[in-house]
Design a protein. Structure first.
Length: 141
């Protein structure tokens, strides 16, 4: 019983000494009042002539959006068009072109795919079928 009590007292003393040295430390935690920018920016990509050549089937009915998180370098690419005009190969080619342009603009050198690309089919309020291609990459400098 005495050994158990002695061990308990030693642990308390050691914990007390550690707490004093941590509290009296000269190293201040930087960034307690500041925070990292974790906001996600939505960028609507303009469908230029260069991009329209990459998806000739769906020339007029395409919307391209990027969701960019600067802190992690993550980019979600969304390519939406009418379901009848959708071609996955064209969507992939457009994504690669947009990624290369984005990397040049933001100063990135490489990107890796985070997950497998997905295609989702849906209808809007007017019962028109759309296809949405989603690609997720992480850029590195």
């Amino acid at each position: 019983m005495k050994k158990l009590l002695a061990m308990f007292v030693c642990v308390l003393v050691a914990a007390g000494m550690f707490a004093q040295t941590a509290a009296g430390s000269s190293y201040a935690l930087e960034g307690i009042d500041s925070y990292a920018d974790t906001t996600t920016r939505t960028i609507k990509v303009e469908d230029t002539e260069e991009l329209q050549q990459l998806h000739p089937k769906a020339r007029t009915s395409v919307t391209i959006e990027l969701e960019y998180t600067p802190l992690t370098g993550e980019v979600h690419f969304y390519y939406t068009c009418l379901a009848g005009l959708f071609d996955q190969g064209e969507a992939m080619n457009t994504a690669m072109a947009v990624y290369e342009n984005f990397a040049k603009e933001q100063g990135y050198k490489h990107y890796t795919y985070n997950k497998k690309d997905k295609t989702k089919w849906f209808k809007d309020d007017r019962k028109v079928r759309y296809a949405k291609y989603h690609s997720w990459v992480i850029f590195t400098r």
